[in-house]
Design a binder for this molecule. Structure first.
Ligand code: 6PG
Length: 620
């Protein structure tokens, strides 16, 4: 349906061809009187139309006894459409070809041999009652696109596919469905282990009633609109490659895969290049926020081909968290694996934020606080240094089980899934001094040597040499100090990678999409959105300089008191040491250069010769 000139016949014929069913042009069924009337420039009235519409309704009914058909008819008023679909309502699908008056007028002007003079178009627009349940198609699309779009709708295909129903996959499905998207959900079938996962999951949540469920890859892929948009929520690593190989035979050119796992950014680039040779796009998307974030709005960090991103943008941006201005915490990050790169650094920053809070707890415990007291202290910090991790840590310390603090029953071996490790490797590869991330990572590794720690704790007794004398305010300031250094280092790594790989990353935007939904959201991150608008180095920002100078005294006090009392606070200590290093105009690296030249003739440059010439000396 649609006004004259909207393309009903052309599109109707193509559709009928595609579906292999007959096509009928409604205009061919007008009684002679109607044709004469229209040709002489007079619009038809409803009486004129009645017989004609009934004829078309009979034609449709007759065709339905065989199979189906496509009928092109203007059907401008609801009551015309009621006549046309009378008694076959549930078997009728309306496709409304919609365009502007100017557009269609232009089309009619260049059309020859049509009996509808263009002047009648205006009356058609006036008569048109927008159909409520029609598939509305924008006629400015290319014919091919229109056919795909109509077919997608007619076949009741899903707009978005989710592959892998683990904790994150499930939450994202519910998020998509809650936002009104028609989705297909896939989970593999593993005899006796993973059976009817998708189906059972749908039955659990009413919002999923419209979702389609699959454990067969081919049926899953075929249930999706083209170009297909499939988000993979499976374990990072080899599994992604296996899944890609399983999907490939069923995909078509221009389909889009989104890898929403914590994949290594280098692997994402390789997969991107590989899939390109098959005509398939890969969007590597970091997703942060855990189970709750995925359900209510995660922070999403997508990268890859920009045009492919635009095809998935409405989905990702709709389901993402929103920042304080209501903007999505999802933005196109850059090319290749840049999205997974920044997610990796996000996790590196996360490791340090967690480690600092663990060290804070070590100190508060040494000051005699029990978990309840620690929860209270952390609670009192919220006004000055709020963050998601501070909030959850406060809750953790308050949690009791059987009248006892649960946190004290947790085995002190910290796990990891690899992103902190990769961040440290990337820092080393790119030559960025990410000392806090390395220190947080290695603290987890130290924790793993539980038996050795028990053994060595007997050999080397801890000595309390002095009163700790650290106040809550000292500790809070030291904590804020170390957090600034942590963010400086993390963003420096991102900036170096951006320069090295020509990614043109926007640090302010990255900070912005980390202000909500993700694990490292905090009031400091909100400040950094503004700071990064003017610089890529936060230690050059006047407000940050003031804060660092303000907090440094407390940081020094906390670190030195802890060292004197044999407390392990590596991240706090690194923060101080790093600032001392990065703010020293002439470091002891001259000694290193002299040593290298001494034993290996590696040469050195001289301060008194700025030509860059290399010198070698026989030092002995
Ligand atoms: C997030 C988290 C998430 C996950 C990490 C934890 O942003 O939502 O970072 O990605 O919790 O994988 O990593 P570890 O297991 O290495 O601590």
């Amino acid at each position: 349906m649609g006004v004259s000139g909207s393309g009903k016949s052309t599109i109707g014929k193509l559709l009928a061809q595609d579906f292999k069913i007959p096509f009928f042009d409604g205009d061919d069924f007008h009684p002679e009187g109607n044709v004469v009337k229209m040709s002489s420039g007079n619009p038809l009235n409803d009486d004129d139309r009645k017989v004609w519409l009934e004829t078309l309704n009979n034609l449709a009914k007759q065709q339905l006894t065989k199979n189906s058909c496509v009928i092109a008819c203007s059907a401008l008023k609801q009551k015309y459409r009621d006549t046309l679909s009378s008694t076959i309502e549930s078997q009728t699908k309306w496709v409304h070809l919609s365009g502007s008056f100017e557009q269609i007028l232009e089309r009619l002007r260049i059309r020859k041999g049509h009996f509808m003079p263009s002047e009648l178009l205006k009356s058609q627009f006036e008569t048109l009652e927008q159909p409520k349940s029609a598939i509305t198609i924008d006629i400015t699309l290319e014919l091919k696109e229109i056919i795909v779009e109509v077919k997608n709708h007619l076949e009741d295909k899903s707009e978005f596919g989710l592959f892998g129903l683990g904790v994150m996959g499930k939450s994202l499905c519910r998020n998509l469905a809650n936002n009104g998207f028609k989705i297909s959900m896939f989970n593999r079938h593993v005899e006796d282990v993973e059976v009817d996962i998708a189906k059972n999951f749908r039955a659990e949540f009413p919002e999923l009633s419209n979702a389609s469920t699959f454990d067969d890859i081919s049926a899953f892929v075929n249930s999706l609109h083209q170009p297909r948009r499939i988000m993979l929520m499976v374990n990072a690593g080899k599994t992604i490659d296996y899944v890609i190989e399983d999907l490939l035979p069923h995909l078509s050119k221009n389909d889009i895969l989104i890898d929403g796992g914590n994949s290594n950014y280098k692997k994402t680039k390789k997969r991107n290049d590989y899939l390109k040779t098959k005509g398939i796009h890969l969007i590597g998307a970091g997703v942060s926020g855990g189970e709750e974030g995925a359900l209510k709005g995660p922070s999403i960090m997508p990268s890859g081909d920009l045009d492919a991103y635009k095809q998935v943008q409405p989905f990702l941006e709709t389901i993402s968290a929103k920042d304080q201005n209501g903007l999505p915490c999802c933005t196109y990050v850059g090319p290749e694996g840049s999205g997974h790169f920044i997610k990796m650094v996000h996790n590196g920053i996360e490791y340090v934020e967690m480690q600092l809070l663990a060290e804070v707890a070590t100190i508060l415990k040494a000051l005699g606080q029990n978990p309840d007291d620690i929860a209270n202290t952390l609670e009192s910090w919220k006004d000055r240094s709020n963050s998601y991790l501070l909030e959850i840590t406060t809750t953790i310390f308050g949690k009791k089980e059987g009248g006892e603090f649960l946190v004290n029953k947790v085995l002190d071996k910290a796990g990891n899934k690899g992103t902190g490790n990769w961040t440290t490797i990337a820092s080393a590869e790119l030559g960025v001094p990410n000392t806090l991330i390395a220190s947080a990572l290695f603290s987890r590794y130290i924790s793993f040597y539980k038996e050795e720690r028990i053994q060595l704790s007997k050999n080397f007794k801890k000595v309390i040499t002095t009163e700790l004398g650290i106040t809550s305010n000292d500790l809070l300031e030291a904590y804020q100090f170390a957090r600034i250094i942590n963010h400086y280092q993390g963003f420096k790594l991102i900036n170096e990678a951006s320069n090295r790989f020509n990614w043109s990353l926007n640090l302010s935007e990255i900070a912005r999409i980390w202000t909500n939904g993700c694990i490292i959201r905090s009031s400091l991150m909100e400040k950094l959105v503004e700071v990064f608008k003017n610089t890529t180095n936060i230690l050059t920002n006047p407000e940050i300089i003031t804060l660092i100078n303000l907090y440094k005294t407390s940081a020094k006090k906390v670190v030195s008191q802890c060292v004197l009392n044999d407390l392990a606070i590596p991240a706090f200590a690194e923060a101080i040491q790093f600032l001392n290093g990065i703010t020293t105009a002439y470091t002891s690296a001259n000694i290193i250069q002299a040593q290298r030249d001494y034993f290996g003739a590696h040469t050195y440059q001289r301060l008194d010769d700025d030509s860059g010439k290399n010198y070698h000396t026989h030092w002995n």
